[in-house]
Design a protein around this ligand. Structure first.
Ligand code: ARG
Length: 272
């Protein structure tokens, strides 16, 4: 069993004080859903504490009233080698979030490139350390994949999502450890047959999740190469990760599942 070595990360997050479910733009959301904001804030604090306890740096962006999904920081951008490719949301309700995050990035000293077609940041763009895996089908467009490849100059591989429950790539796949020899975990049924073949060819040793794991937001996890911050109800997946030498760190974000989000959705990674 390899000794899994954690690498410290820098994360950007957004306090959920204005979090709510006010519109329905994915199958998890229902307009009549009540969110317990205090419970959500408590769960979110647990996530931040878990990151810090494991040596990660956490920055926060000020939430904006009237932008209930702004807590899903992952969707705001993709940051590689200190360069920021911003977002352009499909849903008009979410579009103003891009400017709010852009302001944060600029203040922090980053330039931001704006996409010209729908692009939802790390929701659909997953950097493996070698390839940029890019989801499409529900949100981010293939045109945005081409744009992002041109901007970063990294091999960008389009993957077709087919199940509306897994509307963002980060609900169906996450990176266990980056780099050339890196590995991923994913739920194959979220992808078209051709995309499944691509993933099987690139990652023959991937950790495969069950539908139950995926429905519990188990693929919406964050790994530092050793610790995997993961939804506690993704039990089979946690067991599988343990067998592969990773250390599952359960963090329950059940209030956020009501909006179709989980751990990774709440976490933007800033790669220096
Ligand atoms: N309600 C949000 C939406 O549908 C949830 C976003 C979840 N974020 C993610 N990275 N998957 O857009």
């Amino acid at each position: 069993m390899p000794n899994r070595v954690p690498r410290p990360r820098r994360f950007l997050v957004c306090d959920p004080r204005h979090f709510a479910v006010q519109y329905a733009i994915n199958p998890w959301m229902h307009e009549d859903t009540r969110v317990d904001v205090d419970l959500a804030r408590g769960q979110w604090q647990e996530l931040i504490s878990a990151y810090r306890a494991h040596g990660h740096t956490v920055d926060t962006v000020e939430p904006v009233a009237g932008l209930p999904d702004m807590v899903f920081a992952a969707n705001a951008a993709l940051v590689l080698a200190g360069r920021v490719f911003g977002s352009y949301f499909r849903a008009p309700q979410r579009r103003p979030e891009s400017d709010a995050y852009e302001t944060w990035f600029k203040t922090a000293g980053f330039d931001v490139r704006k996409p010209t077609s729908v692009c939802e940041g790390e929701g659909d763009l997953v950097w493996t350390g070698r390839y940029l895996l890019a989801g499409t089908g529900f949100r981010t467009t293939r045109r945005a994949h081409r744009e992002v490849q041109e901007f970063f100059g990294v091999p960008t591989i389009s993957l077709q999502l087919v199940d509306p429950r897994f509307y963002h790539l980060d609900t169906a796949l996450f990176v266990l450890d980056g780099g050339r020899e890196g590995n991923i975990a994913y739920y194959p049924e979220a992808f078209s047959p051709g995309s499944r073949e691509v993933l099987a060819a690139l990652y023959p040793d991937a950790v495969i999740a069950t539908r139950e794991d995926a429905m519990a937001f188990g693929l919406n996890s964050v790994s530092d190469g050793r610790h995997v911050f993961i939804a506690p109800r993704a039990e089979a997946l946690a067991g599988e990760l343990d067998r592969h030498g990773y250390v599952p760190v359960p963090v329950d974000l059940s209030e956020f599942h009501k909006a179709g989000g989980g751990i990774k959705c709440c976490t933007q990674e800033i790669r220096p």
